[in-house]
Design a protein around this ligand. Sequence first.
Ligand code: DAT
Length: 173
Amino acid sequence: MKSGPNILITGTPGVGKSTLAQQLAERSGLEWINVGDLAKNNNFFDGYDEERGCPILNEDKVLDEMEDMMEEGGKIVDYHGSEFFPERFFDIVFVLRTDNTLLYDRLAARGYQGKKLEENVECEIMAVLLDEAKDSYAEHVVHELFSNTPEDMESNLEKILLWIEAWKKENGV
Ligand code: DAT
């Protein structure tokens, strides 16, 4: 029996996944797993993608590491992708969305430039991560949330906290 729900927070880099996941973990008591950090800390990479300017994730190693954690339950997973996880990992999936001009400024502030900056903004305009989530999970599991302003962040936090409480009640946790 799981100690709590497993939640995936996905979306284009810069939409606010880590900020939301960290605050959610603090306020809910669930555990935050940042997949990028998990891979970095364990060196779950197979080389470097020069074109994209990022290391190549060894997905099998990441999934092996996550298997027991997900079985325990009560995890908030944050990653800019959703299709490589088994569907059974998650009780709910939130896809954060940000207006492209705001996202451009956030990514530029993070030091992204050139092709990497353009490709990520384009990815958001085309709703690539939302489509990926919709293709990978049941319709009722995937929820789109706007993450343009601090008010959006707070309202998203409150919505998810309420959902966690309801899940716990329903599952007798
Ligand atoms: P991600 O983990 O999706 O890459 P992040 O949490 O690191 O994104 O956030 C990127 C930057 O944007 C960071 O400086 C915080 C800011 N930010 C995130 N969500 C926001 C929101 N809803 N309103 C205002 N700023 C936000």
